[in-house]
Design a protein around this ligand. Structure first.
Ligand code: C2E
Ligand code: MG
Ligand code: MG
Ligand code: MG
Length: 277
């Protein structure tokens, strides 16, 4: 009806969307199709042992290869996926693809997969993880599931985490230190790893004693709870030296590799296979 009454009126009833809102509504429509069209991809970022930088595994990070816009990072579409519920089918695809990929890797290399709170609340996550493990044949201990502190506020989600752990998967607390209930989370969640948020690692480069003291305290806390610590976002040799000295166990960051398609890591994996022989 608005259309029939002419341009001026149309504006009255349906004001033009702001650029941001327009982009968002397009994203919602296109994201629904992206999965079916095979536009979603996983990139893999290495995690290495801090003491000798030996490869331990990778974190799977979602990318959207948009037909017009090229590669889109998850920050711009994960929230939309969570709000619309699309994160459930997308997350199931991520789990399957990541486990299938990791099953091809040599030795005991691990794969870390991010789970959002919406997935944990979906009622489908335990089955989805079990399904991905069975289909791929990946030994459960090689799958690591990353959750953030936000899940601790939901009692049911803590229950779900216990079920995921019972499947044999490892649980990691991602972005540790950025949430509002860090200490409470640690004691209530059945996690075995703690990923120290990049913001703490970045601060190590300023050489400030305070930044160092903070990371040292987190590592000590983790040690006393028998949790493995992962330093996220290590970009410089100086940051690496600092986290090594503080006895953080695992390092992930641009220094050792950015997230890349699986094929990019083939030479490194071939080298590992060769040296294992
Ligand atoms: P995250 O799980 O904390 O992943 C680490 C993010 O830090 C990644 O961003 C990675 O590219 C970036 N990063 C790693 N090392 C460095 C570094 O040295 N310097 C800098 N500047 N950045 C570094 P990315 O890939 O854009 O992912 C952002 C977030 O999106 C992830 O944070 C995670 O919360 C979410 N996400 C990614 N993939 C998935 C997924 O499959 N499912 C769900 N639910 N969330 C995902
Ligand atoms: Mg993560
Ligand atoms: Mg993180
Ligand atoms: Mg994050």
């Amino acid at each position: 009806a608005a259309k029939a009454s002419g341009r001026g009126q149309l504006q009255l009833y349906a004001p033009p969307l702001s650029a941001a809102a327009q982009q968002r509504s397009m994203a919602v429509q296109q994201l629904g199709l992206a999965l079916r069209r095979g536009e979603l991809e996983l990139y893999y970022q290495p995690q290495v042992r801090a003491t000798d930088t030996q490869l331990l595994g990778f974190e799977a990070l979602l990318r959207w290869r948009h037909p017009d816009q090229g590669i889109i990072a998850p920050a711009t579409f994960i929230t939309v996926a969570e709000e619309t519920g699309l994160i459930v089918p997308i997350g199931e695809w991520v789990l399957r693809a990541a486990c299938e990929q990791a099953a091809q890797w040599p030795g005991d290399l691990r794969i870390a997969v991010n789970l959002s709170a919406a997935q944990l609340r979906s009622g489908r996550i335990v089955e989805a993880v079990a399904d991905a493990l069975v289909r791929s044949g990946l030994p459960p201990h090689r799958l690591e599931l990353e959750v953030t502190e936000s899940v601790v506020v939901d009692e049911r989600s803590v229950e779900v985490l216990l079920q995921l752990k019972a499947l044999g998967a490892e649980l990691s607390l991602d972005d540790f230190g950025t949430g509002y209930s860090s200490l409470a989370s640690l004691s209530r969640l059945p996690v075995s790893r703690l990923k120290i948020d990049r913001s703490f690692i970045t601060a190590l480069d300023t050489g400030e004693e305070q930044a160092r003291a903070l990371v040292a305290a987190i590592v000590q806390l983790a040690k006393s709870l028998r949790l493995i610590t992962v330093a996220e976002g290590v970009e410089t040799a100086r940051q690496q030296a600092a986290v090594q000295e503080l006895e953080c166990e695992v390092i992930q960051g641009y220094l050792h590799g950015r997230p890349e398609p699986a094929e990019a890591w083939t030479p490194w994996l071939d080298e590992l296979r060769a040296s294992a022989r």
